[in-house]
Ligand binder design. Structure first.
Ligand code: RB5
Length: 142
């Protein structure tokens, strides 16, 4: 499974922490930046991620900004992107079961890094339920 990562400066440290964890667990990683703590604009990195996912260059995207909010808003403006901000363990499970999120999002300034790793594991180990949830997903794009 190939996982793409992207963040702004406020998410840079958490993005790297996530990348190391996933590499150690034998996932293939595609790092779309940013590559340091210099100030950048989060929509740029949401755009890089959405292009990557919509062009099938990765199976899942992980985005990080300060709160996870701005980068989620931008990513969700693209048809076919279902970006979910995983603010709890229950939400991590539901984001796969019900929403089949193709991008998961975290807040580098608002979340504990070990909570984030646990939520990634929960998401990866949960299955999409399909059925009525697929019907609703089919209704999402305008
Ligand atoms: C950057 O300062 C910050 O605004 C950004 O990372 C994010 O939290 C926006 O939603």
């Amino acid at each position: 499974m190939k996982i793409a990562l992207a963040s702004d400066h406020a998410g840079f440290e958490l993005k790297d922490f996530i990348g190391s964890y996933l590499s150690q667990n034998h996932f293939e990683i595609l790092d779309l930046g940013t590559s340091n703590c210099d100030s950048v604009d989060y929509p740029t990195f949401a755009d890089k991620m959405t292009h990557c996912i919509l062009n099938h260059q990765a199976d899942l995207g992980i985005l990080v900004c300060g709160t996870g909010i701005g980068i989620s808003i931008r990513a969700n403006r693209y048809k076919g992107i279902r970006a979910a901000l995983l603010y709890s363990d229950d939400v991590a499970k539901m984001a796969k079961q019900h929403n089949n999120a193709n991008v998961i999002v975290f807040g580098g300034r608002t979340m504990d890094k070990y909570d984030v790793l646990r939520r990634i594991d929960i998401f990866l180990n949960t299955r999409f339920e399909g059925g009525r949830h697929q019907n609703r997903i089919d209704m999402l794009d305008l």
